[in-house]
Ligand binder design. Structure first.
Ligand code: SAH
Ligand code: SF4
Ligand code: F3S
Length: 441
């Protein structure tokens, strides 16, 4: 009987996609995938280290595994905490057998095999530079969306951020490889392509520096079978006029741009080493909206960065109000190992103050979203149906996203999954819309 492997994933879309790659690698090595951790002979935990809470999740899971009844499974820790901690993980938990860093993913089957055969733990956190990954191995977990990595790592070193230390320095994938993967995903029925990178719009084809992110969007747009293109995560300072023009000109590129702000105070942005100011960010928003009037903007914000005053926080609140983001991810600052802030900037804002600021920000954002969503009632929107959601009484509910990335829920049928439909919006809440399907788009 084939051995079974269970993968658990924390963190961003890059990690979700790395897990899809790991699933393919481990299947090739003869394992059968399972979602039931109780029956797994091998447990893979793909970790995130972006905030302390994310890192804590790994240790919570390791503790739970230790309490398992029957013979303990082989445990491999991969991802950002694996890269950051390396062999120290073996000292911190007796349940870990294999540690695979973010740049050593392809060696996972070999290391698992060795640990299994010898009973000795295996660690590989070497910074391999090669970013190629064989075509057709990843087991895509979503029938509609296909994640395609275009850049690995990051060279920006924002003062708060652990990513350059966990993902390594920036490495670009050759455009030919990216386009082949997009083509293959589209041929397999994935209608929405998500181009991934921690600083995705810094893309440059290693074979030709003229081939930048805007160029890549135009090439991906030509791939037959692709209906929608999204990307994550862009950095405001790398949004070029060419990128805005490509988004404007290409109908398959979704009318949504994530522009992580982090703070509305120029002083804090400077300390964060973000390399834009409140004023240049607002000017960028103006340019993007002028070129693409129906674009929806979303953002990430950190409250309580070292030295953030009431005045700095008010600057964030006023910027959020004046831009009117369609959605926001907001976080309390969390000190991370190796970062500039951890070395030089004491974590001065008290926890209670961080909490108060986060709640005030989220309340403001909720009001903004309610207002934006209320404006959609009565309209007809186009959605790509991407998932089945919770049943409501006897009605089967489905959900999809508009080009602006707004979630729309509606009664539907399983065969509609993956199709583009028109939905008349009947009700609006702060986090989603609700409506009835009125036809195909
Ligand atoms: N590459 C993206 C973001 C990567 S991390 C960018 O450049 O914007 C995703 C989000 O987590 C960040 O945008 C930031 O808002 C948040 N984040 C990162 N490090 C953090 C930290 N130390 N504490 C709190 N939030 C953090
Ligand atoms: Fe982190 Fe900054 Fe790089 Fe984004 S751009 S991954 S926030 S260092
Ligand atoms: Fe987390 Fe690593 Fe992604 S730290 S956010 S999993 S790049």
């Amino acid at each position: 009987m084939a051995k079974k492997a269970c993968i658990e994933t924390f963190g961003c879309q890059m990690n979700v996609h790395d897990s899809e790659r790991m699933a393919g690698l481990i299947e090739q090595a003869g394992y059968e995938l399972t979602n039931d951790i109780g029956e797994a002979d091998l447990v893979l935990i793909n970790t995130c280290s972006v905030r302390e809470k994310a890192e804590d999740k790994l240790f919570g899971r390791l503790g739970e595994l230790g309490r398992g009844g029957r013979g303990r499974p082989l445990v491999a820790v991969t991802g950002c905490v694996a890269q950051q901690e390396g062999g120290r993980l073996l000292e911190r938990s007796s349940h870990v057998d294999v540690v695979v860093g973010t740049q050593a993913l392809r060696r996972l089957p070999l290391l698992v095999d060795r640990a299994d055969a010898t009973g000795e733990s295996q660690v590989d956190v070497n910074p391999y530079d090669d970013v190629s990954f064989p075509l057709g191995i990843a087991v895509r977990s979503d029938p509609v969306k296909a994640y395609v990595t275009i850049i690995e790592g990051c060279n920006d070193f924002c003062a708060f951020c652990v990513v350059p230390y966990t993902r390594g320095h920036e490495r670009m994938r050759p455009a030919g490889e990216i386009l082949a993967e997009v083509g293959q995903a589209a041929a397999a029925g994935h209608r929405e392509v998500h181009l991934l990178g921690q600083i995705v719009n810094h893309y440059q084809d290693p074979g030709d520096p003229q081939h930048d992110f805007a160029w890549l969007l135009r090439r991906v747009h030509e791939v037959p079978g692709v209906d929608r293109i999204r990307f994550a995560s862009p950095h405001p300072r790398h949004v070029t006029p060419e990128m805005i023009a490509a988004m404007r000109d290409l109908p398959k590129v979704c009318r949504h741009l994530h522009l992580p702000l982090q703070s509305g105070s120029t002083r804090v942005l400077k300390n964060m080493r973000r390399r834009y100011s409140r004023e240049t960010y607002l000017e960028l928003v103006r340019q993007v909206r002028e070129a693409i009037p129906n674009i929806a903007l979303s953002t990430d914000i950190i409250v309580g960065f070292p030295g953030e005053t009431d005045g700095d926080f008010e600057a964030t609140m006023s910027l959020v109000e004046s831009v009117g983001f369609h959605s926001m991810f907001s976080f309390k600052y969390s000190q991370r190992p190796n970062t500039l802030a951890a070395k030089r900037m004491p974590d001065t804002v008290p926890e209670s103050e961080k909490t108060a600021r986060l709640m005030a920000l989220q309340a403001r954002q909720k009001t903004i979203q309610e207002r934006l969503h209320a404006g959609c009632v009565g309209e007809s929107v186009e959605v790509l149906v991407d998932s089945r959601s919770r049943r409501q009484r006897d009605v089967e509910m489905f959900s999809g996203r508009t080009t602006q990335n707004t979630v729309v829920n509606f009664p539907g049928r399983p065969e509609w999954l993956g199709s583009m439909l028109k939905v008349r919006v009947e009700r609006a809440g702060p986090y989603s819309l609700r409506g009835q399907v009125s036809g195909s788009a």
